[in-house]
Design a protein. Sequence first.
Length: 288
Amino acid sequence: MTLLSRTLGSYETTAVGLGCMGLSIEGKPSRELAVQTIHDALDAGCRHLDTAWSYYESGGPEQTNENLVREALASWKGPKTEVLVATKVGHYRNFTDGKPTWGVDGRPENLIKRAKESARALGVDAIDLLYMHRPDPKVPYQESIEAMAELVKEGVAKEIGISNVTVEQIDLARGIIGADLTAVQNQFSPIFLDSRDTIKHTQETGLSFVVWSPLGGFRRPKDDTKFDSFRQVAQAHNVSYQEVVLAWELAQGDHVFVLPGAHRPQTILDSLQAGELELSAEELALLG
Ligand SMILES: NC(=O)c1ccc[n+]([C@@H]2O[C@H](COP(=O)([O-])OP(=O)(O)OC[C@H]3O[C@@H](n4cnc5c(N)ncnc54)[C@H](OP(=O)(O)O)[C@@H]3O)[C@@H](O)[C@H]2O)c1
């Protein structure tokens, strides 16, 4: 099956990628099921995997998701060089009041050290697409971004992305990284619409916009009424409402990519169909 493909920097890759986070953080499936989920996604034509240095359980061994992705690719029989593997640096896992949390460390020396560890865990000389995971309020953003630019010069990363950013931060990063900055990864979904300004700005500036938690995240509760109109459209097409959500996000522009997460093959196999789902102008107007 050929899935909808779009241009991200120098890559031609599927508009629907697999967000691998849930496969190795709290609530993860068995290792076997995690590998099966990645293999089935790749077998179905998915060519974009999203991981991060920090996708491991708080208190557990670091980089487990990057190791999982490397192992799953190594044991996959398909064309590995077609797969865009993106990772991120700048976050780490922690505990707050005994609960697992995410810490942020955007110091240049930390970003450089973690990026080299990411390349090693992924088993590559140069990372296809390396994001700075989140701005660190303790570190001037410019300093973090200069380190990301340095990682391209050093050959640790081929292209750079930034994540969880504002329009102003995008412009600052463009000024420092130049053409090697190719992607912005922000949250967007029916329950989180605040990113419309960055979707527009990335389109105007020739960057790709990659959507995280495109289905509103895997944690409950969330305001389910926000999905009512998507359920209505889904009924008419006889597809899942999740497919309609992803198709609506992809319809925001040709520069948009989505990264649905999955804990099992069934959900990603369904999500991968979203690129083929065409929504009418009336349906898009209803969905907002
Ligand atoms: N840059 C960042 O700061 C950042 C932050 C968060 C996430 N991310 C990225 O975004 C990815 C996705 O985020 P996420 O997992 O939080 O949220 P999500 O993709 O919005 O939601 C995942 C949940 O949706 C369910 N699902 C997926 N496709 C489905 C389908 N077709 N039908 C029914 N249910 C479906 C999954 O079910 P099952 O559990 O049953 O499989 C899972 O529970 C992450 O893996 C990560 O790569 C990035």
